[in-house]
Design a protein around this ligand. Structure first.
Ligand SMILES: C[S@@+](CC[C@H](N)C(=O)[O-])C[C@H]1O[C@@H](n2cnc3c(N)ncnc32)[C@H](O)[C@@H]1O
Length: 171
């Protein structure tokens, strides 16, 4: 994320009455010298390209939590990340090899009329690898919460079947 994006986020937040601290850093290097009740990580773990980095992300979360603090994260499709349909987004294997932990995924995004918008790359980590990394980091109570799929479509959001899940862990 660029400094310009951070500056835009800060000015939009202030314009909407939120005084939020925005910090530009690689997660792995983050040390705020402060501990919190809750750390959130929405759709972040899938950016770790190798398992040691996944552990780094969890270590940084752990180090910023008070005793009994909670990590609340949303994980991209830890059961079945591949998605053929081009409705809103499509996920395919970037290098064509079979799906395994650490597989590079190409995620393409489309508007509701099917127009291609942009793409990025993510990496597949299943539930077991995230749990193992969290336990090795020191988290001791782990929970998965399934996100219920939308039952109907609306004008803006078509009905999607997703296996995104919430991973919740306590220090
Ligand atoms: C899919 S976005 C989700 C953002 C937000 N949590 C949300 O739900 O809207 C994930 C973000 O994590 C950032 N990210 C991934 N790995 C990172 C790292 N090692 N250091 C800093 N940012 C990282 C990406 O640049 C991206 O902006």
């Amino acid at each position: 994320m660029s400094q310009k994006q951070i500056d835009i986020a800060r000015s939009k937040s202030l314009a909407n009455g939120f005084n939020i601290d925005f910090i530009k850093s690689d997660i792995k290097d983050l040390d705020l010298k402060q501990k919190f009740d809750v750390v959130t990580a929405g759709f972040v773990f899938s950016y770790a390209p190798i398992c040691t980095e996944l552990k780094d992300y969890l270590r940084v979360a752990y180090n910023h939590l008070k005793t009994d603090g909670r990590l609340f994260s949303v994980v991209c499709n830890p059961l079945n990340p591949l998605r053929e349909s081009g409705v809103l987004y499509r996920v395919s294997l970037a290098d064509g090899s079979p799906l395994k932990n650490g597989s590079k995924l190409c995620c393409e995004f489309f508007d509701r009329d099917g127009k291609f918008l942009c793409y990025d790359y993510k990496f597949f980590w299943d539930r077991t690898s995230i749990e193992d990394s969290a336990i090795k980091t020191g988290f001791n109570r782990l929970f998965w919460i399934d996100i219920k799929n939308r039952e109907t479509s609306t004008d803006d959001v078509p009905k999607l079947k997703s296996t995104n899940a919430i991973f919740y862990a306590r220090k």
